[in-house]
Write a protein that binds this ligand. Structure first.
Ligand SMILES: [Zn+2]
Length: 208
């Protein structure tokens, strides 16, 4: 149990069982575990910023490829239509529903691209240690945290996969580069959200 009068910054609560622990300095590559349930509390990873920055740049490129390269084509009795991701927003609007078009543009383009650009700004500021950008790092990280739940690329991919399975019996579907770029983008997103702890970014910000 930690001392009762320790400052809040010196305490860390277990994500699984809420038990409070006193923070201790770790050596490189070391991890701190919960004394009650054994969950990971925090770890040192000096490469967090570099890895996150590299993945963000890769994600931005994949995002552009996914939007601009052919996504898939549908062939019904020799009638072939090639679909681009960016054109699905236009298609949604043409379904006599402007709101659907706006929602598509928000969830498929504006929010995901916005989050990636904010990530790039935050990480490159921390990486290059450039003031005054690091002064806004806290606000940037909070804003990214608020926008992240509205990033719906995974849900869109699930929708596309279900549609492909349903259409497979009546049409011939070919997947193109844009589709694979989109799959890679979603995979990187999942990797980042499951392996990089926000706690590590806060630690990096605290150092500046
Ligand atoms: Zn615990």
């Amino acid at each position: 149990m930690p001392e009762p009068n320790l400052p809040v910054d010196d305490l860390v609560a277990c994500h699984s069982c809420d038990l409070l622990h006193e923070k201790t300095a770790l050596g490189e590559g070391e991890k701190a575990w919960c004394s009650r349930c054994g969950s990971l509390l925090y770890r040192t990873n000096n490469n967090t910023i570099e890895i996150s920055l590299a993945l963000t740049i890769a994600s931005l490129l994949l995002f552009l490829f996914a939007q601009l390269l052919p996504f898939l084509s549908i062939d019904v009795d020799g009638n072939k239509t090639t679909i681009y991701l960016i054109s699905t927003i236009d298609t949604l609007s043409q379904l006599d529903n402007v709101l659907l078009g706006i929602a598509g543009a928000l969830f498929l383009v504006i929010i995901p691209l916005g989050v990636l650009l904010l990530d790039l700004l935050l990480l490159s500021a921390l990486y290059s240690n450039k003031r005054p950008l690091t002064l806004f790092a806290r606000q940037l990280l909070l804003l990214i945290g608020r926008l992240a739940p509205w990033n719906m690329l995974e849900i869109f991919l699930l929708g596309v996969l279900v549609t492909i399975v349903k259409l497979a019996s009546i049409a011939e579907i070919s997947l193109h580069q844009g589709f694979w770029a989109f799959v890679a983008l979603v995979m990187i997103n999942l990797f980042v959200s499951t392996t990089l702890e926000p706690e590590e970014l806060w630690q990096a910000i605290d150092k500046h």
